[in-house]
Each structure stands twice: as structure tokens, then as C-alpha cells.
Design a protein around this ligand. Structure first.
Ligand SMILES: NC(=O)c1ccc[n+]([C@@H]2O[C@H](COP(=O)([O-])OP(=O)(O)OC[C@H]3O[C@@H](n4cnc5c(N)ncnc54)[C@H](OP(=O)(O)O)[C@@H]3O)[C@@H](O)[C@H]2O)c1
Length: 315
């Protein structure tokens, strides 16, 4: 099939592009600037925030399927945290609407969009399915803005019923170039003993490797299913397990335990919330309806594999 990949230069996009081509698709990468190192079948230039330019760029690719992997989370130097999240919220709202319009104008018949599995409100079961409410009224302004924009993105995509829409809610991505990579922001904080364990550490994080998220996306491109699917591993991990385990693997000091109020001051509201109250996400629907399963079933398996690979590559 002819696939247009928006966000081809991102963490997910770079993993996804060769997998789509290996699956036999003709892939056009949508990029904003020069990207000579991308091994795509074709490249078109466009920005999700420039509606008319985007319509022309997508039309040139003549895609049957449009894959949306655009976020603006990568900080530009000098950005405040608020600016990064505000920019991402803007691209999720306005950019997604533009991409849906451009896909439709180009005659595409399917759209596959990235979302997040950890935007649910902390109510009910510890591990939640796709029908759980989103935390649009989170008490923290940054998180409320993020979740509201995620909800808007999902609505915009799912309302495009003529495009057989599917939304993939990835768990917290780990692997090369992510925050949880040994050289990523969280990996570094753990390594330096600067990521304390907050409160009881009972908050759950549903992780997924970048590769497993990309494999699920390839599956979704060729599958008829529509709707929302959590793409997460099998074992949502409490902070009191993954954080000391990760520190141990990195040979880092054991994370200090601190109370929640101090955690909020040091790590910000989301950092403390993730470790104490965040719910996990279930992959049962993706297993049942897409036939997807993670090749790396638990965070422990994945982080040990990544560590072993890093040690091997240094040897
Ligand atoms: N999922 C989350 O909510 C979340 C939260 C915190 C951190 N993270 C981390 O963020 C990373 C997520 O990876 P990702 O692949 O989703 O994001 P990413 O690596 O930041 O890639 C984003 C992609 O979107 C493109 N893009 C941004 N703005 C655009 C615009 N206006 N028009 C067209 N393209 C645009 C970028 O292109 P350019 O190359 O032109 O910039 C890039 O290809 C992971 O490392 C994850 O650990 C994720």
C-alpha cells in the first residue's frame, strides 16, 4: 500500500519507516526540513501547522494510508517545560485537524494516529481499558492541557469515519533515544541518584518498547479495525519496583524515599503523580481484536535486554 508517514524523523518514525517498507508498503516520508538520511521510497515537505501547504504535500504522495506520528515534545533550546507542552498541545489539536483534512483531500482511506495510554483519570481499577475516562480535569495545568489536547486529537481522528480511523495509545516508550534510555533524561537522573522514590511508589507505568509500538503500528496499517487501542506491555510496573530495579541495573545509588509533597516540589506534579497514583493500561483489546502482542512482555525483560545490548556494544 502507499503510506504517508508524518513524523518520520521522530523516535517512533525512524523505527517505523523501515518496518513499513519491509512489510511491502511504499512509504513517503513527510518532513519539515532536509532529511537525507531517511531511507524512504519518497519524501515530501510539509508542516502540520500549515494547512494549505500540507494539502499539497499529502496529495503529492497519493497515500492510501496516512500515519500520524507527530509530536513537538523534543525541546528547542531555551524552551520552558510549559512551552514544550503548549506547542505539543497545539500540534495535537490544529495539526491533527489539518492532517485529517489533507488525508481526505488526497483520497486516503485510512488514518492511523499516535496517542498516549497514560492519560486516563486515576479512578477505578489499577489497570484500565480504553473506555476509562481521560484526566481532562487534572489539577495540574500542564497535564490538563496535555490530556485535553490528546482527547481533541482522538476525537478529530475518530470523527473521520470515512478514513477508517484507528488511534494507538502507546505506553511510556523506552529504548534508544527515549527518556528512559540510559542517556535519556530519566536514565540520567536515575544514574546520578537524582530520581527519588515518591510516597508509597504504588503508581503504575505501562511501558512499551519503541520497537513494539512500531510493530503494532505496522499491524494497524494493514488491519481493518477502527477505534482506540492501548499498545502497552503485559505488566504495568509500580514505581517501587521499576525505579529501584533500573537503578540497580545501572549501578546507580538506590533511590531515596521521599514524601509526596517533597516529591511534587522536586519532580513537579506529574513526576509525583506518576509514581503514586497513575493507573496502568490493559492491552487486552489489542491482543483480542488486532492480534497484537508485545515481543517484550515486561519492563524488566526489556531493560535487561537493552542493558545487555549496551554492554555488548561497548565490549
Ligand atoms: N508519548 C508521550 O506523550 C511522551 C511524553 C514525554 C516524552 N516522550 C518521549 O518523546 C518521544 C516520543 O517520540 P515521538 O516519535 O513520538 O516524537 P519525536 O521523536 O519528538 O518526533 C516527533 C516528530 O514529529 C515531527 N514534527 C513535529 N512538529 C511537526 C510539525 N508541525 N509538522 C510536521 N512534523 C512535525 C518531528 O519532525 P522534525 O524532525 O522536523 O522535528 C518528528 O519527526 C520518546 O522519546 C518518548 O519517550 C513521549
Amino acid at each position: 500500500m502507499r503510506v504517508l508517514l508524518a513524523g518520520a524523523t521522530g523516535v517512533l518514525g525512524r523505527e517505523l519507516l523501515p518496518l513499513l517498507r519491509k512489510a511491502g508498503h511504499h512509504v513517503t516520508a513527510l518532513v519539515r526540513g532536509p532529511a537525507q538520511d531517511l531511507d524512504a521510497d519518497a519524501v515530501v515537505t510539509g508542516d502540520l501547522l500549515d494547512g494549505p501547504g500540507l494539502v499539497a504535500a499529502v496529495a503529492a504522495a497519493r497515500p492510501e494510508v496516512v500515519v500520524h506520528q507527530v509530536t513537538a515534545l523534543r525541546p528547542v533550546s531555551g524552551d520552558t517545560r510549559w512551552e514544550v507542552f503548549e506547542r505539543t498541545a497545539h500540534v495535537r489539536r490544529v495539526g491533527t485537524a489539518n492532517l485529517v483534512d489533507a488525508a481526505r483531500a488526497a483520497g486516503a482511506r485510512r488514518i492511523v494516529a499516535q496517542s498516549i495510554a497514560f492519560a486516563t483519570a486515576p479512578c477505578g481499577d489499577p489497570v484500565l481499558a480504553e473506555d476509562a475516562p481521560l484526566y481532562v480535569e487534572a489539577p495540574d495545568a500542564t497535564w490538563a492541557l496535555t490530556v485535553q489536547a490528546v482527547a481533541a486529537l482522538e476525537r478529530t481522528v475518530l470523527d473521520a469515519a470515512d478514513l477508517a480511523p484507528i488511534v494507538l495509545r502507546y505506553g511510556s516508550l523506552y529504548g534508544q533515544y527515549t527518556l528512559y534510555d540510559a542517556s535519556g533524561a530519566i536514565g540520567q537522573a536515575v544514574h546520578l541518584g537524582r530520581l527519588p522514590l515518591v510516597g508509597d511508589g504504588a503508581g503504575l507505568t505501562s511501558f512499551v518498547t519503541v520497537r513494539d509500538a512500531a510493530l503494532a503500528t505496522v499491524l494497524a496499517v494493514g488491519h481493518p479495525a477502527t477505534g482506540v487501542f492501548n499498545i502497552v506491555d503485559d505488566a504495568p510496573a509500580p514505581a517501587h519496583s521499576w525505579l529501584p530495579g533500573y537503578a540497580d541495573l545501572l549501578g546507580a545509588p538506590e533511590p531515596k524515599r521521599i514524601p509526596v509533597d517533597l516529591g511534587e516540589r522536586l519532580l513537579g506534579w506529574y513526576g509525583a503523580y506518576q509514581q503514586t497514583r497513575q493507573r496502568g493500561a490493559s492491552n487486552a483489546k489489542a491482543r483480542r481484536e488486532l492480534g497484537w502482542r508485545p515481543t517484550v512482555p515486561t519492563w524488566e525483560d526489556g531493560i535487561c535486554q537493552a542493558h545487555a545490548e549496551a554492554v555488548r556494544s561497548q565490549a
